[in-house]
Design a protein around this ligand. Sequence first.
Ligand SMILES: [Mg+2]
Length: 191
Amino acid sequence: MPVPVFDLDGTLLDTDEALRTAFVALGVPAETVTFGHVLADECARLGISVDDYVDVYDTGLAQPFAGVGDLVAWLDRWAVCSNKHPRSGRAELDRLGWHPDVALFSDAFAGAKELAPVLAALDVDPSDALFVGDTDHDRAAAAAVGCPFVLTAWNPRTTPQPTDVVARHPLEVVDLLVSPGASGGGAAAGR
Ligand SMILES: [Mg+2]
């Protein structure tokens, strides 16, 4: 069975409001906040410091998407690969009682997230993993190492590409892990 690797914000956690609230607390107009970026890049774009941002980010605010709790409870070996600041990301994992085997955050990457160090830490080949994410960056990170990718269409902000395997509910990821041969859109797209 493939080992699943998950993005965090917008994939397992519905973080839009928590992310926006932190920027607004630092004086950024709510309508100028966008999502799915490397935090340092977005902070630079908006003219604020990463440290200030992490200080005001409320790690108690974001909730898992519906069904994610059941998915995580089902998982055995899994990992997180996120552009999030490690202080925020680890606090959220602790709060939710989630214990992935590997969790790498922005301090583990030179720039945007990379799957290679996550898979190395798991000792898993890319073809034996499944990356689950919500953005073009996630799709590109999977493609960069030849890892199968699933788009989290349970997040209404996702934009599927024609070639994407799409999961409309978190438990469809379980189907894809149990029957990886069904990837290509079949098992997940039919529901
Ligand atoms: Mg994301």
